[in-house]
Design a binder for this molecule. Structure first.
Ligand code: HPA
Ligand code: ZN
Length: 326
């Protein structure tokens, strides 16, 4: 109970959160209704019952389907604001938020609608809660390089509020090498780079993300632990890993929270952080992820303080703002 209270009030940043993955079933119904979109569920309970996954692709199928209710700038604003309301309750001070523009542009929603809506939610959250935030534009890796280049071009007018680019969706069979050129173009435009790697994919995909994408941060990275030389490299580079415990459990990346690799990552000198990934689908927001580890591992106050500290030092905030949070 003491540790719970410590976690609740611990100031933190969230670095691995897909805004489309914060769409709660109640909100899915509300947006479907106000937009006249038909969804294949009769009730909120019906939706929650569908959230049983045995691998990443099971989740992705239902996550892309759910996003279809997002139609207007207001929807994206309300989605972001609802996330920030939850994040504020969890003592989140700063968030670097993934969005998947191709999920929306491919069904006829303008990039501008998505961007304006999310920025409105971010502005309202800064005003009401003092939470700062930036966006990270993720390319869907199951789509091709040309589509990623087209998405990067669409982002041009908004680059002042986009911290960087990322890579998500189905990992196996879509290695980082597929996007080496588009990441190089993003770097030329002054964008930071992150990528999901080593969630389901092999350690070699993490190595590719380092060598071919020039990543500044590694999303997930669990399977890097299979390669001691790679662990050593990540530790020496001071690479931040954005790890997502409840996601790992729900997608069967780990079989048991008691066997979660975060304690091992810390012991190996890796800069791990705790994040919620897709909280509406995986059973909890960032503090639920901290608490799940507190309940099932021997991590204590000092460890959680280190993990929260890592979330600020691993953020893309300027050094003086990071210092203000420590
Ligand atoms: N992995 C890959 N793609 C995703 C994820 C994830 O955990 N969440 C949303 N898109
Ligand atoms: Zn993710």
């Amino acid at each position: 109970a003491d540790l719970d209270a410590f976690i609740t009030g611990l100031p933190k940043a969230e670095l691995h959160l897909h805004i489309e993955g914060s769409l709660e079933p109640e909100q899915m119904f509300a947006f479907a209704k106000r937009n006249g979109v038909v969804i294949p569920f009769d009730s909120v309970e019906d939706i929650r019952a569908a959230y049983s996954f045995s691998r990443l692709q099971d989740f992705l199928d239902i996550y892309y389907q759910g996003a279809a209710v997002l139609q207007t700038e207001q929807d994206f604003r309300d989605l972001a604001y609802a996330y920030f309301t939850r994040a504020h309750a969890d003592a989140v001070r700063h968030a670097e938020i993934f969005f998947d523009p191709q999920t929306h542009t491919d069904r006829g929603i303008a990039f501008e609608t998505v961007a304006r809506g999310l920025f409105a939610g971010m502005d309202d959250a800064q005003r009401d809660f003092g939470i700062t935030s930036r966006l990270i534009l993720c390319f869907l890796r199951h789509l091709d390089e040309e589509a990623a280049f087209a998405t990067l071009a669409q982002a041009k007018p908004w680059l002042d509020r986009i911290a960087g680019v990322g890579l998500d969706s189905g990992e196996i069979g879509n290695p980082p090498s597929k996007f080496a050129r588009v990441f190089a173009a993003a770097a030329d435009q002054g964008l930071r780079r992150v990528a999901h790697a080593g969630e389901e994919g092999p350690p070699a995909y993490v190595t590719e993300a380092l060598d071919l994408l020039g990543i500044d941060r590694l999303d997930h990275g669990n399977r890097a632990l299979e390669d001691p030389a790679l662990v050593d490299r990540l530790a020496r580079a001071g690479m931040t890993l954005t790890v997502c415990p409840l996601s790992n459990l729900k997608l069967c990346v780990v079989n048991d929270m008691a066997a979660h690799p975060i304690p091992r990552m810390l012991a190996l000198g890796l800069k791990a952080t705790i994040n919620s990934d897709d909280p509406a689908y995986f059973g909890g927001y960032v503090n639920d992820n901290y608490r799940a580890l507190a309940a099932s591992t021997s991590l204590g106050r000092a460890d959680f303080a280190t993990l929260a500290r890592n979330s600020f030092t691993g953020s893309f905030l300027p050094p003086e703002e990071i210092a203000r949070h420590l």
